[in-house]
Design a protein around this ligand. Structure first.
Ligand code: ZN
Length: 461
C-alpha cells in the first residue's frame, strides 16, 4: 500500500489521505482546510484525479474531515462513501449547512464585487452538489469487515471522539494500515472510549494535543457550575458560544447532570441553533453509539440532552424573542463567535456587567471570541462598538481530543507498527514523537511530501 498525505500533515485541518493498493485507489477523509490565507486555494484543488478513486472512507462528520466531499463528487468521484450510520446522518446536516453558508457568503461577495467591479469566485459547492453526493453514502457498522474485491478488507473501529467517529483499518494481503481519525478524550461522557489500536504495520495517528495533558473533566464541570451560579447571583444572563456538533450535546449533558444534582438553579436554557437542534436529534436517535451511562438514561426516558425549562429556537423570530430576557442561559453558535446567532446575543449581553460569557472551546486568532478572551475592552459587532463589561470564563477541559497520555495509551496496543504522527501543529507532533521514541517506538512526524509505502517500512530490531 502507498499512502499519500493530501492534508492534515503538519497541520490540523484538511485531513485527507490517498491510498493506493493492488485492489483500488481509496481516499480516507476529505476535509476542508480552514483558518489560513491559502485555505481557499487549497480547498479548490485535488492533487489527484477524483474520477480515478474507487471508494472513500470517512472517519467522522467534522468539516475538517468531510468538508470537501461534495467537491470531490462534483469533480467526478462516483464511488461509495463508507461511514458509520451515525456519521452518515451527521455529515448530511454538516454538509448542507456548509453549502448554505457558502451560498450566503457568495451572495454577499457578489454584491460587494458588483459595486467594486471585481470578479467573485464561485463557492466550492452548493446545496445541489451535497444532495447529489448524499445518494452515494453507504453505512458501515463498527467492527464489521467490509470486503472490497478479493484482497482488500476495511474495518471501522470506535474512536470515541464524537458520535459515530471511527478509526479506519485497511488490510491488504496480510498488511494492515490504521488511520486513527480524531481520537477521543477517554474521560468524557456521552460517547464511548476509543477501542485500543489493533496490532498493525503502519499507523497514522492524530497528535492535536501531543504536547499536553488535559485538566480533569470534573474540574471543568465545576468551573461551569461556578460560572452559572455567579451569573445567577448577579441576576444576569449566561451566553455559551458553542459548536453545534458535539460540544452543544456535551454541555446539555453536563447541564442536565448539574440540575439533577441541584448544583445549579433551574434557570431557562435556550439552544439557539437549528444545526445544533438537528444534530442533538441524531444523538438521541443513534443510542447504539452512545456510552453505557448516557444510553441507560435515554432508555429510562430521562433524555440526557433535554430537561424541563429547555427551549430550542429554530426560527429567527424565536431567536430574537430571547433578547430582553433576564436570568437565562443561551447556547448558540458559532463556537468562535465569527458568525451565527451567538453574535447578536453577545451584542445584547456583552455590555452588561451581570452577564457571564462562558467559552467552552478553542478560540482561533482573528475571531471575535478570541478578542473577548484576550480581554479587549470593546469589540465591534455589526459595525457597532460594544463595551465588554461581562465577566468571561474560559473552560479548557471539554476537549473531544485525546491528550498526550491518552494518545500514548491508545498506541500501546498497536505495536510493532511504525507510527506516523499527523493532524497536529509542529510542536505538538514533535513532542509526542520524542516521547514515543524514548519508549522505543518507531515513529516520525508526517511529511506532506512523503509517500508512505508499506513495502519500505523501517526495519525493526
Ligand atoms: Zn474531529
Amino acid at each position: 500500500m502507498k499512502i499519500h498525505p493530501i492534508g492534515g500533515a503538519g497541520e490540523v485541518t484538511g485531513s485527507c489521505f490517498l491510498v493506493e493498493t493492488s485492489g483500488g485507489r481509496f481516499v480516507v477523509d476529505c476535509g476542508m482546510f480552514q483558518g489560513h490565507d491559502e485555505s481557499e486555494a487549497r480547498n479548490a484543488h485535488f492533487p489527484f484525479s477524483p474520477g480515478d478513486i474507487d471508494a472513500m472512507f470517512l472517519t467522522h462528520a467534522h468539516l475538517d474531515h468531510c468538508g470537501r466531499l461534495p467537491l470531490l463528487h462534483a469533480r467526478g468521484f462516483r464511488g461509495w462513501v463508507y461511514a458509520t450510520p451515525s456519521t452518515c446522518d451527521l455529515a448530511q446536516f454538516i454538509l448542507l449547512d456548509s453549502a448554505k453558508l457558502q451560498e450566503e457568503e457568495f451572495e454577499r461577495r457578489l454584491r460587494k464585487g458588483r459595486r467594486a467591479g471585481a470578479p467573485v469566485s464561485r463557492p466550492l459547492y452548493d446545496t445541489q452538489d451535497v444532495v447529489h453526493l448524499l445518494r452515494y453514502f453507504r453505512t458501515q457498522p463498527y467492527e464489521t469487515p467490509l470486503k472490497l474485491g478479493s484482497d482488500i478488507e476495511v474495518i471501522f473501529h470506535q474512536s470515541g471522539h464524537i458520535l459515530g467517529s471511527a478509526g479506519i483499518e485497511i488490510r491488504e494481503n496480510g498488511t494492515s494500515v490504521l488511520f486513527s481519525g480524531d481520537l477521543g478524550n477517554p474521560q468524557r461522557n456521552v460517547v464511548p472510549d476509543p477501542t485500543p489500536a489493533p496490532v498493525c504495520d503502519l499507523v497514522f495517528c492524530e497528535s492535536t494535543y501531543g504536547d499536553r495533558l488535559h485538566r480533569s473533566e470534573q474540574e471543568s464541570v465545576n468551573e461551569l457550575r461556578d460560572a452559572i451560579n455567579w451569573a445567577h447571583q448577579a441576576g444576569g444572563n449566561v451566553v455559551i458560544p458553542s459548536f453545534a456538533l458535539e460540544r452543544t450535546q456535551d454541555i446539555l449533558f453536563q447541564l442536565h447532570e448539574l440540575r439533577r444534582r441541584g448544583e445549579v438553579p433551574q434557570n431557562p436554557v435556550y439552544v439557539d441553533s437549528p444545526l445544533a437542534i438537528n444534530i442533538t436529534r441524531v444523538y438521541e436517535h443513534h443510542q447504539e453509539d452512545l456510552d453505557d451511562e448516557t444510553r441507560a438514561l435515554l432508555k429510562a426516558h430521562d433524555d440526557p440532552f433535554s430537561f424541563p425549562g429547555l427551549t430550542t429556537c429554530s426560527s429567527s423570530e424565536q431567536s430574537r424573542a430571547v433578547n430582553g430576557k433576564d436570568g437565562v442561559i443561551i447556547i448558540a453558535g458559532s463556537g468562535m463567535c465569527n458568525g451565527g446567532r451567538v453574535v447578536h446575543h453577545l451584542k445584547h449581553n456583552l455590555w452588561r456587567a451581570d452577564t457571564a460569557v462562558i467559552f467552552v472551546g478553542y478560540q482561533a486568532v482573528g475571531t471575535l471570541g478570541r478578542r473577548i478572551v484576550d480581554g479587549a475592552p470593546t469589540v465591534t459587532i455589526e459595525h457597532e462598538p460594544i463595551a465588554v463589561n461581562a465577566r468571561t470564563f474560559t473552560i479548557n477541559g471539554f476537549s473531544a481530543h485525546a491528550d498526550q497520555a491518552a494518545l500514548t495509551g491508545w498506541l500501546a496496543s498497536s505495536a510493532p507498527a511504525h507510527i506516523v504522527l499527523n493532524h497536529g501543529e509542529t510542536n505538538a507532533s514533535a513532542a509526542l514523537a520524542e516521547l514515543l521514541a524514548a519508549q522505543g517506538r518507531s515513529v516520525e512526524v508526517a511529511n506532506p511530501h512523503t509517500v508512505y509505502d508499506t513495502a519500505k517500512l523501517p526495519t525493526r530490531v
